[in-house]
Ligand binder design. Sequence first.
Ligand code: MTE
Length: 320
Amino acid sequence: MRKRSADSVEIVPSDITPFEKYLSRRAVLAGGIGLAAVQSIGGFARSAYGQSTGALAYTRNAELSVTEPANSYQDITTYNNFYEFGTDKSDPSEHAQKFRTQPWNVTIGGEAEVTGTFSLEDILKPHPLQERIYRLRCVEAWSMVVPWVGFPLGDLLMRFKPTSKAKFVEFKTLYDPKQMPGQRSSVLEWPYVEGLRIDEAMHPLTLVAVGLYGKTLPNQNGAPLRLIIPWKYGFKGIKSIVSIKFVERAPRTTWAGAGANEYGFFANVNPSVDHPRWSQATERHIGASAFGPRRPTLPFNGYAAQVAGLYTGMDLRKFF
Ligand code: MTE
């Protein structure tokens, strides 16, 4: 049922629930309100989980989008990794619904001329939003295709005028065990920390995502703002960011703390470098039949033409 081309596997339409259909189906299940009614609540639609997700104004960036159909809204918002809300895939959608993302501040620090604490509005306001359909490849060897809405991280970082000492950027998620039950366990070191080399952070593909399927991010996907680095394993895409710091040395990341031999700093998708406990050569596409063929994993998750040059001369087995 699937058409395989050189660099992609297309999903047949029956595998996909478009967002509108999903919403209207939920509305019908909830008691017969039609889609129009759902959308007319002050320009806001109510997600399946009771939180309000606002409609966003954006333009579609077709040039930087993959042509494969996106996974369903349901897959993208119910099969999640967000250990602050639990370690099962269903935990974030079940336990993040009351998470407060307003007011929200982001602290900018380190090697930059402009530092301080900024409101979410200050952070987002100057940046026109784009929709980009990206592949997401998780280190656990599954994948999805997600229509993110966001803007280039580089555009945000340039506003703070990083100095020549800014060789890396460190990001942190909110630490609030009262709201994030997973932080009451020591399954990971908290707060969640991630990092990028400055040129990776500045790369035009690196996105600050604030929405998906045209609406603000559901909490379980990292509201109100998270990173997407499409050529890296999904764990680099840190959620619910409260701190951005320009630093001279590579920050120690949470996943490196959990197992430095399993989760490298670069975490570039690489079919020929296996995770110590499983192969990275293929992946299971979420939404496809569990009995269907696994698809081959592509170097840099299919973005090699755009990003391989960032790593010229590096031994990617050593710097995995
Ligand atoms: N960010 C935080 N703060 N906590 C997490 O547990 N999980 C990561 C990443 N960002 C994680 C996180 C992992 S392992 C993946 S695969 C992606 O988020 C999943 O993003 P999604 O749930 O939106 O698909």
